[in-house]
Write a protein that binds this ligand. Structure first.
Ligand code: COA
Length: 294
């Protein structure tokens, strides 16, 4: 008789675990907060009492997200159009956040870019683009907000990944970038720890409903994507947001310099969603499996 996997456990709402007013009076500054995982991380902090300032490249999407987050949580949320590769636009947004709220307690450096392509088929500029958005963008975010989180003895969370823990085909650009962010985090923890600042990484695995999973899961591979996760499902936003709340909360006040993986155990498995070694020997054969840019 064949043994079937146990039914997967769903993420629980944060309000069933954490106090409603956990972050009352606190302010979050979040890059990439107008969409995907970072938007849900912002929503989670706001649901627990924080106000927020979110930044991103898309003006209409950002303004709509800020309005929606405010309406859904009853907290204040503002948006500025920012490209994290441009330090001046970031500093301007931080100044506006300070003018509005007078403080920053928590920072999420989450803006990122990705696509599936082997080294032989991405240009030098494409590789640099992802390095610039992910590493320089994270550094620029840190640099612009650090004076303010020093004042509040605040906390920063960089959004990384797990794909660089091993050599994953078609992800050279992002692997190099995320490894750099992980390294940066360790130094921030050491340099800023004596000032009371905590710096950590949150590394989500594949989260359902994100642009990442939608675009980066090869066509026809969604079922397999679920099955190769030891906990037998893709992540849900709640899995990441619950971990975010923990890491920003006082419950984590002796946790710094860490890489906090939320992936249902996925990075411990070795199964690839792309056929190997065919995907690297004859990469044109995978073209039909890869979704085009939106
Ligand atoms: N495959 C190969 N190369 C790609 C690519 C893809 N899917 N998408 C972009 N590039 C290349 C471009 O061709 C360009 O290189 P080139 O000048 O040699 O032609 C370079 O990357 C920059 O692209 P561009 O569109 O000008 O830059 P951008 O800053 O607007 O785009 C990206 C940023 C690259 C991250 C883009 O993929 C993007 O905006 N993605 C959507 C957001 C996203 O990725 N979210 C995260 C999901 S996990």
């Amino acid at each position: 008789m064949s043994v079937q996997p146990a039914p997967p456990r769903a993420a629980v709402p944060s309000t069933t675990v954490f106090k409603d007013d956990l972050f009352k009076g606190k302010v979050l500054f979040c890059t990439g907060g107008h969409s995907g995982i970072c938007k849900e991380m912002t929503r989670a902090l706001m649901k627990h009492g924080a106000d927020a300032y979110i930044v991103g490249r898309k003006l209409e999407k950002g303004l709509t997200a800020a309005r929606e987050l405010s309406a859904a949580t009853g907290r204040k949320c503002f948006f500025s159009q920012v490209d994290v590769r441009k330090p001046d636009t970031l500093k301007e947004a931080v100044n506006k956040c300070i003018a509005e709220f007078g403080r920053i307690d928590y920072v999420i450096a989450g803006a990122a870019g990705n696509f599936l392509a082997p080294i032989s088929r991405i240009s030098e500029n494409a590789f640099k683009t992802v390095i610039d958005i992910d590493i320089l963008g994270s550094y620029n975010t840190l640099k612009a907000t650090l004076p303010y989180i020093r004042e509040t003895r605040g906390s920063i969370l960089f959004v990384s990944a797990t794909l660089h823990f091993r050599g994953l085909q078609y992800q050279s650009h992002v692997s190099a970038a995320k490894a750099g962010i992980d390294a940066l985090n360790a130094v921030v923890a050491v340099e800023e720890g004596p000032r009371g600042i905590r710096s950590n990484i949150i590394s989500p695995g594949p989260i359902a409903g994100t642009e990442g999973v939608d675009r980066l899961t090869p066509k026809g591979q969604m079922d397999k994507a679920n099955r190769i996760v030891p906990l037998q499902r893709l992540g849900q936003f709640g899995d990441v947001t619950n971990a975010t709340i923990f890491l920003f909360s006082e419950a984590a006040n002796w946790v710094t310099g860490q890489i906090f993986v939320v992936d249902g155990g996925e990075h411990h498995t070795t199964t690839s969603l792309l056929p190997y070694p065919d995907s690297v020997l004859n990469s044109e054969q995978t073209d039909g499996m890869i979704k085009a840019r939106a």
